[in-house]
Design a binder for this molecule. Structure first.
Ligand code: RP5
Length: 163
């Protein structure tokens, strides 16, 4: 089980930490790399071309501004690519969201919310869970825990309101 997180700049790192942590919690091997569709285009395309050979099963690509990284990576591999738009400009991340999500026919990128690092990690886990039963079981438990946490929040809220 191996996932790559690619970011366009070291300044994007904080946004992908939740993705990194949740996947590590699930026991997935995760590599985090900085490479840019614009500043290091050959390194990025070589990485994508060799990703299957190097054992990766899903790639998360996070970038801001004119965020072409996920699309370029997706153009060079048949692996599923999750695009993570990052807020790093005066346009509040809308620029990156549109750059990541508006892919042409033939090259899909599964796009999560602006700065949606956790969901990028969870989506990668769900893709891998199709193949690895242990991940599917852990994901079921994750959902049960989340549900119980919301139910507990509701009970606490009712106590506050009614007292
Ligand atoms: C994008 O440009 C990067 O993904 C980053 O979000 C943004 C700005 O990069 P830096 O100038 O902060 O390195 O390519």
């Amino acid at each position: 089980m191996k996932v790559a997180i690619i970011i366009g700049s070291k300044n994007d790192y904080d946004v992908v930490v939740p993705a990194y942590k949740i996947m590590k919690d699930f026991g997935i091997e995760v590599d985090v790399r900085v490479m840019s569709a614009h500043r290091t285009p050959e390194i990025a395309s070589n990485f994508a071309n060799d990703a299957i050979k190097n054992g990766y099963e899903v790639i998360i690509a996070g970038a801001g501004k004119a965020a072409h990284l996920a699309g370029v990576i997706a153009g060079h591999t048949t692996l599923p690519v999750i695009g993570l738009p990052i807020k790093s400009s005066t346009m509040d991340g809308l620029d990156s969201l549109l750059s990541v999500v508006q892919m042409p026919n033939g090259i899909p990128v599964a796009t999560v919310a602006i700065n949606g690092g956790l969901n990028a990690g969870l989506l990668a886990i769900q893709i891998l869970a199709l193949k690895y039963e242990s991940l599917a079981q852990k994901m079921l438990q994750y959902k049960v825990d989340m549900q119980n946490s919301v139910i507990a929040d509701d009970i606490k809220l009712q106590e506050i309101i009614n007292n």
